[in-house]
Unconditional design. Structure first.
Ligand code: AMP
Length: 401
């Protein structure tokens, strides 16, 4: 389906053209018409499906074709991370380039000057505000944010926001909004908590389901079963033995990110790290260098596992086993985007075998286990302990009696 068929404004079609989009993606096809018709939406769609433009396009269209207050915030988009706020703001800038719709990203992390710029925009009114919850609350606490003309609310990556403990902040922000408004909720997964949130926020929503909770088949998945101390030597070996275009390495903890980046730098590998301890402009610089290919290897926390769109990553390495299946799918989904192929390696230590077996159950098949390079000797056997919760509980129960 072409974008013209949605009846979008000419100025917007120019922006779409300049962004290089030809046809609408599936989520765009399903979501744009009901948003234009004024319906509330609950959509399960992951990053990479084109969901950002799916809500930005109809919002911009509505802002330029219907009456809206000039010096008010008309649309508020709440997102979990600064990186995602910046990315949406960039897409917004591109798509709205030929229109007069204004927007600002409000995400904190910067200096006082940035806060002042945000304050000015929030006071004089930017049509579209893209914010992280904490920073928005900081502004709301100072009583100058003009939200009384707001017409549209978007919650993006809602499951991630709940995981990060933002529920109360979100509800608090919503308490400042006019009751009469259009609500759009996007989430990669639809656990009960999200449905509950949707019930309190949305009115008679149209439900759309585009989620793929299985990784694309073009990703070659391999796992290395190792002893924990073998992980660093193995990752060095992999990175030194083969030429990769760009490699994204995930660690669950930022301490591990720092330690691993240090070790890889010591081995003269072109690596940088990204985690929440870095200043905002450092994070942006590293991400930009990685995106445009200047930086080959990036070690990151799960901050980068969702919502971030980087093409051309050849290899994702899970230095540790992700917390659950969804995280695994998100992490490895950073590779093989667009039409490229990619690989995803996961290192499994002895204590992580049970966790990985659960992920394999979600995937519906075992992941191939690679042999360790000869000089590493033998790794541990892959014999994940079977979980038998009912037996375990029974045993305890008996003991306590
Ligand atoms: P998203 O799921 O919003 O993170 O989008 C993933 C990527 O797809 C981004 O790089 C978008 O610029 C791109 N994209 C979104 N819509 C389209 C489209 N209709 N055609 C081509 N690329 C698109």
């Amino acid at each position: 389906m072409t974008f013209k068929e949605f009846g979008l404004d000419e100025r917007l079609l120019e922006g779409i053209d300049a962004m290089g989009y030809e046809n609408a993606t599936e989520v765009q096809e399903q979501v744009i018409p009901p948003i234009i018709a004024g319906k509330d939406i609950i959509a399960s769609a992951q990053t990479g499906t084109g969901k950002t433009a799916a809500f930005l396009l109809p919002l911009i269209h509505k802002l330029i074709t219907s009456h809206h207050e000039e010096h008010h915030i008309n649309a508020l988009i709440i997102v979990p991370t600064r990186e995602l706020a910046i990315q949406i703001a960039q897409t917004m800038e591109g798509l709205s380039y030929f229109t007069s719709v204004s927007s600002i990203a409000v995400y904190g992390g910067g200096d006082g000057a940035l806060f002042t710029i945000e304050k000015k925009a929030l006071t004089t009114g930017a049509d579209v505000v893209i914010c992280t919850p904490g920073r928005m609350i900081a502004h709301l606490n100072m009583n100058y944010v003009k939200l009384d003309g707001l017409k549209y609310l978007v919650l993006d990556e809602a499951d991630r926001m709940l995981d990060m403990g933002f529920k109360d902040d979100i509800m608090r922000i919503i308490s400042y909004l006019p009751k009469q408004r259009q609500n759009l909720l996007f989430s990669a997964t639809m656990p009960f908590r999200i449905r509950e949130l949707a019930r309190t926020i949305l009115k008679d929503p149209v439900e759309i389901n585009i989620a793929i909770s299985k990784p694309p088949e073009k990703i070659v998945q391999l796992a290395y079963v190792v002893y924990e101390p073998q992980k660093i030597p193995l990752i060095k070996e992999i990175l030194q033995q083969k030429e990769f275009g760009s490699v994204l390495i995930f660690c669950s903890k930022k301490q591990n990110v720092k330690q691993l980046a240090r070790e890889l730098k010591r081995a003269a590998l072109p690596v940088e790290e990204i985690h929440s301890d870095l200043l905002q402009d450092q994070r942006e610089r590293v991400l930009l260098d990685f995106k445009n290919g200047k930086l080959k290897i990036l070690v990151a926390t799960d901050i980068l596992s969702r919502g971030i769109d980087i093409e051309d990553i050849d290899l994702v390495i899970n230095y540790d086993v992700p917390h659950d299946g969804e995280d695994y799918v998100h992490r490895i989904g950073r590779t093989a985007r667009a039409s490229n192929t990619g690989s995803a390696f996961t290192f499994i230590s002895e204590s992580e075998q049970g966790k990985f077996a659960r992920i394999e159950r979600l995937l519906g098949h075992p992941v191939d286990k690679a042999d360790l390079p000869e000089k590493f000797g033998k790794g541990p056997q892959y014999v994940p302990r079977q979980e038998r919760p009912s037996k375990k509980r029974y045993g305890k129960y008996k003991k306590h009696r």
